[in-house]
Design a protein around this ligand. Structure first.
Ligand code: NAD
Length: 255
């Protein structure tokens, strides 16, 4: 039986660790060739070394126009096609209310988490039009429900959700699907760093287990499985969807 993503070429940002690395592993297991574009070139190399069948590591700052243009160029030089772009790279600092967030922090968050979607789209859209490919954005449940002390980050994820719907409409005529995935908590280096900044880091593990009605804070594999589905032809009639992969974290009334 052919695999879910057989022979697809997927341009994945932020695949050097965390959720992105789990996605790279899942995509390769399902038969895809993965281009891992990450600010940390060595981490991207490490991810590629873990993949059966290989892939391509590219050092890239997703918030920088020239860097994204060059990364997409390298991917197309190597594979001569692109079937999907997964915008996953992101940063989460600082964990602060809006008025305590510096202008540099605000700009950096929006550059890396949001402008990056504009840049990859600008440079990859022609290749995606040629394959009737798709785009997937790693948003966050907090972009839908908000979060205390994380306003600038929440702003980037809320905007990414709105952008996903606008892009789904704009590119539907070209047969390009655009979706977003919303994790709640996922154990990754990013979440561990955030946990350390909280008032009670020792209690955070229990808190993170409790916010997920399905019982625990997951690892990135749960996101990767859903992402692989959304990039596959099994999801061929799904576009503009904002898929929670959150163990139900957003459900019900909260005290
Ligand atoms: P992570 O920090 O563990 O990994 C992020 C990766 O992105 C790293 O490899 C890093 O080098 C790369 N990166 C950072 N800035 C970059 C840039 N400018 N250019 C290219 N690459 C860059 O993070 P994670 O937890 O795996 O998060 C991945 C995505 O999932 C992010 O968009 C994040 O907002 C989102 N998310 C994470 C959680 C969670 O609980 N971990 C929850 C919801 C959403």
């Amino acid at each position: 039986m052919s695999k879910l993503l057989q022979d697809k070429v997927i341009f994945l940002t932020g695949g050097g660790q965390g959720i992105g690395r789990e996605c790279a592993l899942a995509y390769a297991r399902e038969g895809a060739q993965v281009v891992v574009a990450d600010l940390d070139g060595a981490a991207a190399d490490e991810t590629i070394a873990l993949l059966d069948g290989g892939g391509l590591a590219v050092e890239c700052d997703v918030g920088d126009n020239a860097s994204v243009e060059e990364a997409v160029h390298q991917a197309l030089n190597h594979y001569a096609r692109l079937d999907a772009v997964h915008n996953n790279a992101g940063i989460a600092n600082p964990s602060l209310p809006l008025h305590e967030t510096s202008e540099i922090e605000w700009d950096d968050l929006h550059r890396v988490n949001l402008k990056s979607v504009y840049l990859t789209t600008r440079h990859a859209i022609a290749a995606l039009q040629a394959t009737k490919g798709c785009i997937l954005n790693t948003a966050s449940m907090v972009g839908q429900i908000g979060q205390r002390n994380h306003a600038a980050y929440v702003s980037t994820k809320g905007a990414m959700i709105a952008l996903t719907k606008a892009m789904a409409l704009d590119y539907a005529d070209a047969g390009i699907r655009v979706n977003a995935i919303c994790p709640a908590g996922v154990w990754t280096p990013m979440l561990r760093e955030w946990a350390q900044e909280q008032p009670n880091p020792a209690g955070i593990e229990q808190y993170l287990d409790q916010i997920h009605p399905l019982g625990s804070c997951p690892e990135g594999d749960v996101i990767a499985d859903a992402a692989a589905f959304l990039l596959s032809d099994r999801a061929r009639f799904i576009t503009g969807s904002i898929l929670p992969v959150s163990g139900g974290a957003e459900l019900g009334y909260r005290r």
